[in-house]
Design a protein around this ligand. Structure first.
Ligand code: RIB
Length: 294
């Protein structure tokens, strides 16, 4: 099985601040870091660090070449990442003293992907392969239709969750990875609904899809038809939670690919995400397989 991640590739600019800036306010930053990110690139890096053969497709500008070097050093195949005359996606991240974050994303190349590029890429994959994408790129419906035509399984991380997500033919998804906000949005339940109830509502809405729901300190939940499983996180000092969900996604899929049962795969993915939050940055904080697998 080959995994194709069609997704965003970003340069993350992270400001450590006392509190997230309010409207009209100018605040100082304790530090600034430029690092590798983008949900697509992070998830591809997580899969590769976990030992999976993974192919990343997307679009960057010249300013993003260093991201490809890094991804390739992890073993990610980047042959389907196109370079164009413009800027790579950028994420402006504020992390406050409580490790809460706020992120502003400029789409850059992620918003310049064409349907021709999608067609050219997807024909390289077929039955038994898996497509994983997020909501930080354009033409996701065309991507889903092209994947279906090829017999490729579809895995969606609908992040960030917005109206565009609901316009997609979501019933075509084989697997969903959602966080609590995305899960509640898609389940159509009020905030503060208990996770098990969110999961039940998601399973009811998507009876043919496997659902992975990440829940921060509460770990992660799995639901498919009448099957329910749960994974727990490790107690670690939290430094930076950006990219924790991406780490979880890559490690969960990699563990399943290694034929670990769902419950064990959940624990492995939670362990990987726990290690990631104890380190700075998104992509570079993702642990390697030797740190995670027994
Ligand atoms: O999921 C984390 C990522 O979201 C960051 O790396 C940032 O680039 C944004 O896309």
């Amino acid at each position: 099985m080959k995994v194709l991640v069609y997704g965003s590739i970003n340069i993350d600019l992270t400001f450590m601040v006392d509190h997230i800036a309010k409207a009209g306010e100018t605040i100082g930053s304790i530090s600034i870091e430029r690092s590798a990110g983008g949900k697509g690139a992070n998830q591809a890096a997580s899969l590769a660090k976990a030992g999976m053969p993974v192919y990343l497709a997307g679009k960057i500008g010249q300013d993003g070449r260093f991201l490809l070097d890094l991804l390739q050093s992890y073993g990610v195949n980047t042959d389907n990442v196109v370079e164009y005359e413009g800027s790579t996606g950028q994420a402006l991240i504020q992390i406050d003293r409580n490790k809460q974050n706020a992120i502003v994303v400029y789409s850059g190349g992620n918003g310049k992907i064409t349907t021709e590029e999608i067609e050219r890429t997807i024909v390289q994959f077929g039955a038994g392969d898996l497509l994983l994408f997020q909501n930080e790129i354009i033409h996701t419906e065309e991507l889903m239709q092209a994947a279906k035509k090829q017999g490729v399984k579809i895995c969606i991380n609908p992040s960030p969750y917005d109206k565009q997500v609901e316009a997609l033919p979501l019933d075509m998804a084989d697997i969903f990875f959602v966080n609590e906000l995305e899960g509640m949005g898609m389940a159509g339940v009020p905030a503060d609904t208990p996770y098990q109830a969110v999961m039940d509502a998601l399973v009811k809405r998507f009876p043919d899809s496997e659902i992975l729901l990440t829940a921060g300190k509460d770990g992660a939940y799995y639901g498919y038809r009448n099957i329910r499983e749960r994974g727990t996180i490790m107690d670690v000092p939290v430094v930076d939670t950006v990219g924790a969900g991406d780490t979880f996604t890559g490690y969960y899929l990699a563990a399943r690919y290694r034929n670990y049962p769902v419950a064990k795969a959940l624990d492995i993915a939670c362990r990987a995400a726990s290690i990631a939050v104890s380190r700075k940055g998104a992509m570079e904080a993702i642990p390697f397989a030797s740190e995670v697998f027994d």
